[in-house]
Design a protein around this ligand. Structure first.
Ligand code: EMZ
Length: 384
């Protein structure tokens, strides 16, 4: 039985108007819902910019809780490309065989630990540690650092009672200030040292720029990966036969990963600020207002995906936008894909059955739409 479905929250609005407006801290957002419009709008950075006031393109807006610009995602071309090229090679390291085997060892160990038959809480005691431990490989810093990050919980700007938590954000900021300081006198083979030494427009990066890149590295791949891992568990608890199918046909893992990213769409949307009066999906959009690219809606567009509300793990054509689209496409995508692939591989090799016992859904509620992004908690039992 489908106990853990992820419904399409936008079907009617996408078919009827293609645009859905939400209120967000007196700075409304016109969400772009159709796959074609999302891609077109993402391409057009001159009219729909990312380099606005820091925090404004995020929904909910973070302008009231931070001043630091996250780089490269809050920067437009041509500077965007210059920043991105400094770190692109580093973010391709997850494709190396050595990185893959380190991940596999880590995730195999995590899965072995839950196989004793006792129920566990997946979000905090399984997905969060896996995400944080894997992040040590992306930064290439000591494994033990993950213990600190785990203590911050599932999101760096949100806590259970506050969606925009300044105190929490400051934990990360202070931590990064210390780390940048530390590595400036102890250079090594890590991401901090790389950033401290690169040359950008004939100079070194400033502390603030380095921090902006690191905040994004910590924040962007956190709740998104945690939700993707938990949701995958939820899916296999409903469809154990699909896990068996993958066990018999591990070559299905890459298409299964893409399909989960499409179906779960861990990031609902990302905003842009409009630089001149424009029109999207027949709707007039005024200068200096906000639009958003709704990845979650585009990924269920039936003019692009056949049976969009079904998980088809061997889906052939899958032009999903779960990692964004165009020049701002997710820099951490290689890492995220490897984590998910390794995770599914470990589950399929080691687990026969996942029993969902109890859970609390995490619903984004914007009044005009409600969307399930994952779980606040998920109790489950794993049988070897
Ligand atoms: C921002 C964003 C990046 C934002 C790709 O997404 O992730 C959100 O979780 C953060 O709150 O600041 O980093």
């Amino acid at each position: 039985m489908d106990k853990c479905p992820f419904h399409d929250a936008f079907e009617n609005a996408r078919k009827e108007n293609g645009i859905l407006e939400i209120e967000d801290q007196n700075d409304p957002v016109k969400m772009v819902l159709r796959h074609k419009d999302v891609r077109r709008t993402a391409h057009n950075w001159k009219t729909f910019k990312s380099g606005a006031r820091p925090g404004r393109i995020v929904v909910p807006s973070e302008v009231n809780i931070r001043d630091t610009r996250q780089i490269p995602f809050e920067v437009d071309p041509p500077e965007h490309k210059e920043y991105r090229s400094l770190i692109e090679k580093w973010f391709r390291r997850p494709l190396n065989a050595e990185y893959e085997s380190k991940l596999q060892e880590q995730i195999d160990r995590a899965v072995d630990k839950v196989l004793n038959g006792d129920p566990i809480e997946v979000v905090h005691d399984f997905a969060l540690p896996i995400q944080s431990e894997a992040l040590t490989f992306l930064l290439n810093v000591p494994f033990n650092e993950s213990a600190i990050w785990i203590s911050w919980g599932t999101h760096v700007f949100r806590s259970s009672d506050n969606p925009l938590d300044v105190d929490k954000a400051n934990l990360l900021y202070e931590y990064l200030d210390q780390q940048i300081e530390h590595y400036s006198s102890h250079p090594g083979e890590d991401l901090y040292s790389l950033l401290l030494n690169v040359v950008f427009q004939g100079r070194n990066l400033s502390h603030e720029e380095i921090k902006g890149i690191l905040i994004l590295t910590f924040a962007g791949g956190r709740d998104t990966i945690i939700n993707a891992l938990t949701n995958t568990i939820a899916y296999f608890s409903d469809y154990p036969s699909e896990l068996t199918r993958i066990k018999k046909n591990p070559e299905l893992i890459p298409t299964a990963v893409e399909e989960f990213i499409r179906y779960f769409s861990p990031l609902t949307q990302m905003g842009r600020v409009v630089t001149e009066d424009a029109e999207v999906a027949g709707e007039r959009i005024k200068e200096n207002t906000r639009v958003s690219l709704c990845w979650a809606s585009a990924n269920r567009d039936d003019s692009v995906f056949e049976h969009p509300n079904k998980v088809i793990i061997d889906r052939k054509m899958n032009p999903h936008v779960g990692f964004g689209f165009s020049h701002h496409k997710c820099l951490g995508a290689h890492h995220a894909r490897q984590v998910l692939k390794t995770f599914i591989s470990a589950l399929s090799r080691k687990v026969t059955k996942i029993e969902a016992l109890d859970f609390e859904e995490n619903i984004e509620d914007w009044k005009v739409f409600k969307r399930k992004v994952g779980y606040h908690s998920f109790q489950a039992k794993f049988n070897a």
